[in-house]
Design a protein around this ligand. Structure first.
Ligand SMILES: Nc1ncnc2c1ncn2[C@@H]1O[C@H](COP(=O)(O)OP(=O)(O)OP(=O)(O)O)[C@@H](O)[C@H]1O
Ligand SMILES: [Mg+2]
Length: 565
């Protein structure tokens, strides 16, 4: 229970900024409970004093002398006013508490999104995107559930219960004892069912998350699926997972319902006992009819908070499983810890010193690579597929850190630098071009947010992209990247190049930037590249001679090692 409580307190800590609002919710809550407890009393007075032979309590002052019909009218009005006031307070209380719940949800989602943005490539490559989407969008609701259906319901139910039990105790002790005898039975029920419910909820959430990731993966693989006509196979696979999720959910709800049934049995027993004993007391003249009515009305109302309390355990157990899955993201260890230094402006030199790297322990992809590049120098990296070229490039922005040796920038190990400052020194074009759902201009200016239209156009020209952009429906203002306007592989590549050109960083890292281009485009870009690289450090993975023509150094890579030529 210790670790479980820790998770709960940690989840609720996301609501701390709303402490003031929560306090006002509690004030409304207390008011609504007090009015609720007063609700059955006008009826009791009516039965005992107006219709029966007793006197109205002295508390009501001169009202005792009024004519009976007036007394009846006043008590009826009191019934209405109590219901109205209690309803209004409950409305205000629920509305604010839902507001607080939603604000907490937003806070958690922001934290998860920010964390996902910062987690290293190594984390994302090891994670399942669909599962992350499920956790960030659905599991985050658990925080709201925990606050509203967990904390708020618990406090509301407990307070109502306490107040009602106190009043019942003053009305009639033996009947109250019978009602209280239900509590230990309920604790037993929670013990009996709680663990199983928690377990089944976790399993059901995992199955749901597998369904989400399957949808996401199959959309990504759609061209493949359709061209290989494997739609039926995919549909079958999906049905398997969907039915599995259905079974898991059913089993979860089954255990919840069985639990609810057990609780209902306990209550049925309690209600029968109280009715029997209460009836005998009225027969014996130990209780007035009005007070028995109040007692019965409390007893019926007792059912609701007790029932809520009995479900709070299940709700909290389910929500705790969701929050735990969210915390797994928030607590994921950072494999690329941040440094403190900032590189000095005007980077002069990069040195690889015996760099080794393995994605998985024992399988080295880079082996003792040593290499120096000075300002004004560009090296071409060639070699067979799988040699480790991309991996070598990705070491510079520290998507991965070497497992042996180190990389230095002007004599300082990369790990000493603040990641953001280090990455500002580099423009990277990945082997797989990435287009953001935004306009062409926004895509190109991604690395230089304040860029002018002229700068964007110049970068597009240097990347030989201006001509095709001019032909798009709204030229530079055309939205691309989300299915609106489709770009060819070579066009995507040139947008990515223009983005890197515009960033104007001292280090340029290009991974096969012209692989999808025709010879003419390639030659044009190669010319811009040489111009751009004159005063920078460049590392270009390329296979085709035209791209690397005129570069002083060609480094051949094979099986994770460099062979200088
Ligand atoms: N995220 C990863 N996890 C595990 N192994 C990886 C990962 N990325 C690449 N590898 C492995 O590392 C080796 C080098 O991959 P890398 O992408 O650096 O090759 P490359 O030289 O760029 O090849 P290509 O010319 O095909 O792009 C390959 O054997 C590959 O299977
Ligand atoms: Mg590669």
């Amino acid at each position: 229970m210790g670790a479980g409580m820790k998770v709960l307190f940690r989840a609720l800590s996301y609501f701390r900024p709303d402490a003031g609002r929560i306090a006002s919710v509690f004030c409304l809550l207390v008011g609504s409970i007090v009015l609720n407890v007063l609700k059955p009393w006008p009826l009791a007075l009516m039965v005992d004093c107006v219709l029966g032979q007793r006197r109205l309590p002295a508390l009501l002052g001169p009202a005792g002398a009024w004519p009976k019909p007036v007394q009846l009218g006043c008590l009826a009005a009191a019934i209405f006013l109590l219901h109205f006031g209690q309803g209004a307070l409950a409305w205000a209380q629920n509305y604010s508490s839902i507001g607080v719940g939603l604000r907490g949800l937003t806070r958690v989602r922001q934290a998860v999104f920010a964390r996902l943005q910062r987690l290293s490539l190594r984390y994302h490559q090891g994670a399942n995107a669909g599962d992350l989407i499920y956790r960030a969008s659905w599991d985050t609701y658990s925080f709201q559930t925990l606050f509203q259906q967990g904390l708020m319901t618990f406090v509301t139910a407990l307070l109502s219960l306490l107040v009602m039990v106190c009043v019942m105790w003053r009305l009639n002790v033996p009947l109250t004892l019978v009602a209280l005898a239900l509590a230990p039975l309920m604790v037993m029920g929670i013990r009996l069912f709680g663990g199983a419910m928690r377990e089944r909820t976790t399993v059901a959430q995992q199955a749901d998350s597998r369904v989400t990731s399957l949808v996401q993966q199959s959309i990504a693989a759609l061209p493949l699926t359709q061209s290989y006509t494997r739609e039926d196979y995919e549909a079958g696979r999906f049905q398997g997972e969907a039915v599995e999720a259905q079974k898991r959910r059913l089993s979860q709800h089954g255990s919840e319902l069985a639990y609810g049934f057990a609780i209902a049995l306990i209550f049925g027993f309690g209600a029968a006992m109280t009715a029997w004993l209460g009836g005998r007391q009225v027969l014996a003249g130990a209780l007035t009819l009005g007070k028995l009515l109040v007692f019965l009305s409390y007893l019926l109302q007792l059912y609701e908070p007790l029932n809520q309390l009995s479900y709070v355990g299940a709700t909290v157990a389910g929500a705790a499983a969701g929050t735990r899955r969210v915390f797994e993201i928030l607590d994921a260890p950072e494999s690329v810890p941040d440094g403190k230094l900032s590189p000095k402006p005007g980077v002069q030199q990069i040195d690889f010193r015996g760099v080794s790297f393995a994605y998985e322990p024992g399988r080295e992809v880079l082996r003792e690579i040593s290499l120096s590049l000075r300002r004004g120098e560009t090296a071409a990296l060639v070699g067979p597929s799988g040699a480790g070229k991309t991996t070598l490039l990705l070491m510079l922005p520290r998507f991965f850190d070497p497992t042996g040796g180190g990389i230095e920038l002007d004599g300082v190990d990369l790990r000493e630098f603040r990641l953001q400052d280090l990455r500002r020194q580099m423009a990277l074009v990945l082997q797989e071009p990435i287009i953001l759902p935004a306009t062409v201009a926004e895509n190109i200016a991604y690395g230089k947010p304040g860029a002018t239209a002229e700068e964007i156009q110049a970068a597009a020209r240097a990347a030989n992209a201006a001509a095709f952009i001019e032909k798009l429906p709204q030229q530079f203002q055309t939205r691309i990247g989300d299915g609106a306007a489709r770009l060819s592989a070579g066009e995507r590549q040139r947008i990515n190049l223009a983005r890197a050109f515009l960033k104007d960083a001292p280090i340029l890292l290009l991974d096969e930037p012209t692989s999808a281009l025709d010879a003419e485009s390639e030659a044009l870009i190669a010319a811009s590249l040489r111009e751009l690289l004159r005063d920078r450090i460049g590392l270009i993975v390329a296979h085709r001679p035209a791209t690397i023509a005129g570069l002083a150094r060609v480094l051949e890579m094979a099986d994770g090692r460099l062979r200088k030529t």
